[in-house]
Design a protein around this ligand. Sequence first.
Ligand code: CA
Length: 233
Amino acid sequence: MAHLLIVEDDELLRDGLSAQLVHAGHTVSSACDGAQAQALLDSTRFDGVVLDLGLPIMDGIAVLQWIRQRLLALPVLILTARDGVDDRVQGLNAGADDYLTKPFNMAELVARLQAMLRRSRLPAFGGSLEVPTNHSRSLRLDPLQPLGWLGDDPLDLTHREWSLLSLMVNNMGQVVSREDVFAVWQTAPQDGSTVGSNALEVYVHRLRRKLTDSGLSIRNVRGLGYMLESNAA
Ligand code: CA
């Protein structure tokens, strides 16, 4: 079944949720604040997250934004207070896939989560990012970890190359600005070094080499950024 992360500061609720989800057949990890959640998300691959918005120190919206900058397709269900209409809107705008209002029914939570996980496995929802090319070897990227394939051949991608390529695949045919790339990279788990602006050109150059014969090319749009295009005749 799925490996889920529960981020909730209310211990009673956290344990209750965890027990229910384990009972439903899932593997469950839990965190009581944003920092713990970040540490777990950095080290473990999860299939979905239940995220309380009312967290101490780093609030749930900040955690959600952090998740979205690096794990584009990780399904996230948020828990909000009953009168928190603004929270819900803000949460959905920040990339939550679904929400439940407290107090909620456990059975409903389990059902909503199952539905969310099912949807997330559909290709259009990011089971993997796939770009068909005219070379019959389509480019596929894992939405959650730095893995990619051209046809059946694995692409050797660093985390930064993968996040750059994912950003371009998500914006296929549109310009991705240098600022967009740096916004994504800022929080990418990395070698810890800061990225100079020349480095972007180096990464693009490396990706171009890795995409040789893929039927895809990365165009330099002068003064604006880069665009991934299909070379289809
Ligand atoms: Ca709370």
